[in-house]
Design a protein. Structure first.
Lengths: 468, 533
């Protein structure tokens, strides 16, 4: 398989060889430049070092591109070759099953301790697969070496007294920087493409409308894919969370920016931000171990009151209310710090005007500052809602698994994120409706949060410009 | 503000009763509004404190463990039946060691003809793997075979929990001396207490601990007379009818001190039986049960037994994952920030990238997990459950955070630095890499560390790429199957046994310690190197 050379993994070895080649190319280029100038390096357009960098760049870049392409497409090339070589009766299976067959072969071939299965065709193909992978690796490495050598000679041939080496090197650096910035865009494209692709595969089996508007969800058995109960659970829990986070976050922000002394502010603000730094899995544990039992006990107590009908509240061990309360605590710092920024951005002159009219501080806040800050505050709340909808661990641990529509917050409800985790944890095959439904849910989640974020970010930006 | 009555006469309309009342109302509203703000902050702080206290409270019991110090006679017939003295053979012979421990325990605590269920109760006080360290120690020095050695044997998690005060609410009371004892150990003992007061005290404690709200089951009492333990079956006046549980098999002598241990739950409703409690109490009275610092939490990997499970593999897995994340997110993030802040032309493409990065920062983390599952695992065919894939996913996840922080640090460097560099003939690239970037470095590193801290606490995306697998060995490298701390916390929190709860809380504290350390480094960096222009 050519994974190791002696004791060294080939990938690391290759990395070391490339680095060594770069160093060598640098020194060759540098020496050549000094040679061209016959020691008077000030005669050169660029300093000798830049000539060295240029040759090193010309050597490495083509090799790196080839290796990167191999990383992306090498395996699919091998698979295509294997598919072409398989006997007619297996190729006739259809694309999907053929793909699965090759998956099994590649899995068998890459396992170090794999034993022969006894199926002659399977074993032979598996061996062939191993050979092909090894061959393609050697091919890619040879090609990379050739490209590096070509680049090296090309780079050397360009060097001359008035060659603008520095400008070329800087162009290369700029291109590298641009590539890095583009990775963020590529990530988004990757998210959209993968979610859309898998979601479309799902919708080819399940009707879009029965997914979006169906009220029965039994994905584990692969029977029903009506996502309304999940949407309901998601929004109910987000609503409960906002009931906690919005007033507490907003009032903390107002207090901190309008009333608190700088000293209090410098102590309280980091404490509030601590809440944002705690991992969500810790909140989930807190919700499960501490809040959920309290919610349950309170619900049982309410059920026991004389004027309440029996079984009025569900009082489940995991509940939407427990998840919502804890999620609200988690979101407080988002609301408070964003609103704090917005409130601070309201110009002092507006406040001074209100004070001059004899308004008290609270009147100024209620009638002058808040109306001026309103769009920003709404944006902050929208961002918080989007956070609540996408939050996973708290609901996975404390909200439950049952897909149902009930206004009772002490019942166990399930959400989009809980179902994604439930569907994709453990062994997953990428061609069952069950797995694909997770991607459809992910797509809905992505779109909904994206809309919230876009609106919020736009409002914040507009708002900032207004007062600048 | 001067008082209204001192004002000039022509402001009289402002000091009418009506106006004063309005003013008072307005000031009341002001005070209330301020109070709401204080209340909001108070609630937030109380929530944080409650969270921390509940976790530290839970975890405190996991940092120590109870062990039984036991004189074990290492008999060759059990541990090395073939007489090879081969260390590997001995270390592998866990069942032999287990049998030896069980037989020696039975010799000490059980009569010859003990019931199989009673035997099982005794053996259940230790987990099967508790002998593992003994087997290893013996394998390391085979010459100890045949001699008597003192070992610390880890008690089962339920017994440990009992010793830490868990399992059942309970109360221990003294009930005076024995006036008379009759009957037989096998069939039942009747004990007469010396004082009427003590009998009433026992009755009162039983009623007090009976919880009517839950199961309506009466509380039970275990009676210690002399060194023998009995269960209270019923009482009449000063006469207690008892069943023998454990200890010396003889009737109490007259005048022997008696104690009662009253438990809120009967043994059907708890994980530790009456007899196990009696044995535990006897061993504790003998001073053979010790509390030790639970080092397994840091040295062991995951296990199906809570008392043997540790975080070592997850810590290494987390470090490997962080390494991959840092290698991806930090250089790419810094370069992207440099491009956007210093080089990017102001055009549509640039503003698209900017909007995109801001949005990406707000995309739910689980979506990145879906991306990882679809692209890295399904499309690129990388293996599941490996730190490489986890690190790549988390790297993409924190990339926007790093970019945004780095851009803020770059903007903070004043333009005069750039113009000065350009003025002495540096190129744009040189001015950025030689002057601006070094000055922005502390801010950039602070942002990078905070991004890493976020990645360290992230759980959801890793669940989707299979890092939830059971991993019993410390991973060797980024392509080795592994798990990470937050995922381990999630897994432990779903464990059915009660003993997982303190264990989970302890793992959370390990995670929090790492996070606090990272944030401290970030704060120190900021304090030490931050320049105000």
């Amino acid at each position: 398989m050519l994974e190791t050379f002696g004791h060294l993994p080939v990938a690391w070895l290759l990395f070391a060889v490339l680095a060594a080649a770069a160093f060598m190319a640098f020194y060759v280029g540098r020496t050549q430049a000094v040679g061209i100038a016959r020691g008077y390096t000030s005669q050169l357009n660029s300093q000798p070092n830049y000539h060295g960098y240029f040759v090193a760049m010309a050597t490495i870049a083509p090799a790196a591109i080839i290796l990167f392409l191999y990383l992306l497409f090498g395996e699919s090339l091998v698979r295509a070759q294997i598919a072409g070589e398989l006997p007619e009766r297996i190729r006739a299976l259809g694309e999907l099953e053929l793909g699965q067959y090759i998956d099994r072969i590649s899995e068998h071939a890459t396992r170090r301790d794999a034993l022969a299965t006894g199926n002659a065709l399977f074993d032979a193909t598996s061996d062939r697969y191993t050979d092909l992978v090894g061959l393609s690796r050697i091919g890619a490495i040879l090609l990379a070496v050739l490209a590096a050598a070509g680049g090296f000679f090309f780079g050397r041939s360009r060097l001359s007294g008035d060659f603008r080496a520095r400008a070329r090197v800087e162009d290369g650096i700029k291109f590298l920087l641009f590539l890095c910035a583009a990775i963020a865009v590529l990530t988004t494209i990757g998210i959209v493409a993968s979610l859309l692709f898998e979601a479309l595969r799902f919708f080819s089996r399940v009707n879009v409308f029965s997914f979006l508007f169906g009220t029965e969800w039994n994905a584990q058995t692969g029977a029903d894919f009506g996502a309304i109960p999940l949407f309901f659970g998601t929004f109910l829990i987000a609503f409960l969370a906002m009931l906690v986070a919005a007033p507490i976050g907003l009032f903390s922000a107002i207090y901190l920016s309008e009333y608190a002394s700088p000293r209090v502010r410098s102590i309280v603000k980091p404490i509030l931000e601590l809440l944002a730094g705690i991992p969500t899995v810790v909140y989930g544990f807190f919700a499960l171990q501490f809040v959920a039992p309290i919610v349950r006990a309170s619900a049982t107590w309410i059920n026991g009151l004389p004027f309440i009908p029996d079984g009025f509240l569900a009082a489940q061990p995991t509940s939407a209310l427990a998840a919502g309360l804890v999620m609200g605590i988690m979101i407080i710092p988002f609301v408070s710090s964003l609103s704090d920024d917005v409130i601070n951005a309201v110009p002092q002159t507006l406040r001074d005007g209100a004070y001059a009219m004899g308004a008290t501080k609270s009147e100024t806040v209620k009638q002058v500052v808040m109306p001026a800050a309103l769009p920003g505050v709404i944006a902050a709340l929208l961002l918080a809602v989007s956070r609540a909808i996408g939050e996973t661990m708290i609901v996975v641990m404390a909200a439950g698994q049952r897909a149902q529509i009930t206004p009772d917050p002490t019942a166990d409800l399930t959400t989009i994120t809980v179902q994604i985790v439930a569907l994709l944890t453990g062994d997953t095959e990428f061609d069952s409706a069950k797995t694909l439904s997770a991607f459809a849910l992910g797509f809905v989640l992505f779109i909904v949060t994206l809309i919230f974020n876009l609106i919020a970010l736009r409002v914040v930006k507009k708002y900032r410009e207004k007062y600048e | 503000m001067s008082s209204p009555t001192e004002g000039p006469a022509n402001t009289g309309s402002f000091v009418t009763e009506e106006a004063l009342r309005r003013l008072k109302k307005r000031h009341g509203a002001e005070a209330r509004f301020k109070l709401y703000g204080q209340l909001a902050i108070g609630i937030a702080i109380v929530a944080l404190v409650t969270l921390l206290i509940s976790i530290f409270g839970q975890a405190s019991s996991a940092f120590s463990r109870h062990v039984l110090s036991y004189d074990l006679n290492i008999e060759a017939s059990y541990v090395d039946p073939d007489g090879t003295r081969d260390p590997d053979e001995i270390a592998r012979n866990v069942s032999g060691f287990n049998l030896m421990l069980q037989d020696q325990l039975a010799d000490e605590f059980l009569p010859e003809d003990a019931d199989r269920n009673v035997q099982r109760e005794l053996y259940g006080m230790f987990t099967r793997l508790a002998v593992l360290p003994i087997a290893r120690a013996t394998a390391d020095s085979p010459e100890t075979i045949g001699s008597e050695q003192i070992f610390n044997v880890a008690l089962a998690d339920d017994i440990d929990l009992f010793l830490k005060g868990g399992v059942s609410a309970r109360k221990s009371i003294e009930i005076g001396e024995v006036a008379a004892g009759e009957g037989a150990i096998e069939s039942g003992v009747t004990l007469t207490l010396a004082s009427q007061d003590a009998t009433e005290k026992l009755g009162a404690t039983l009623t007090e601990l009976t919880r009517t709200d839950v199961d309506n089951a009466p509380a039970v009492a275990l009676i210690k007379a002399g060194n023998t333990w009995y269960r209270l079956e019923g009482s009449e006046d000063r006469n207690l009818s008892l069943t023998y549980l454990a200890g010396p098999r003889m009737l109490p002598s007259n005048g022997a001190a008696t104690e009662a241990l009253v438990l809120a739950q009967s043994q059907e409703n708890r994980t530790v039986t009456d007899r196990q409690i009696a044995w535990t109490e006897i061993l504790r009275a003998q001073g053979r049960i010790k509390s030790k610092i639970n080092t397994t939490l840091f040295t062991n990997s995951d296990s199906t037994y809570p008392e043997l499970a540790g975080t070592a593999a997850a810590i290494v897995g987390s470090l490997l994952t962080m390494l991959v994340t840092a290698l991806l997110a930090i250089p790419v993030g810094i370069f992207a920030a440099v491009y956007l802040e210093e080089f990017a032309p102001k055009n549509k493409l640039t503003s698209l990238i900017e909007v995109n990065i801001n949005n990406l920062a707000a995309v739910p983390s689980i979506v990145f997990g879906l991306l990882g599952a679809a692209v890295f695992i399904n499309f690129m065919g990388l293996p599941r459950s490996v730190p490489l894939v986890g690190g790549l996913v988390l790297g993409l996840l924190v990339l926007p955070t790093v970019i945004i922080a780095s851009r803020a640090a770059l903007t903070a460097v004043p333009p005069s630095i750039r113009t000065a560099a350009l003025g002495v003939g540096a190129s744009k690239t040189q001015s950025v890499f030689h002057h601006v970037l070094p000055l922005a470095a502390p801010g950039i590193m602070t942002g990078a560390i905070i991004g890493m801290a976020r990645a360290l606490g992230e759980t959801a995306p890793l669940l989707l790429i299979g890092m939830v697998a059971f991993v019993a060995e410390v991973p060797d490298g980024p392509m080795d199957e592994s798990t990470v701390l937050p995922v381990l916390i999630y897994k432990w929190s779903t464990g059915a046994e009660r003993a997982w709860e303190p264990q989970t809380a302890a793992a959370i504290i390990v995670l929090l310690v790492f996070l606090v350390l990272m944030n401290l480094i970030a704060i120190i960096l900021r304090r030490r190197f931050e320049r105000r222009w």
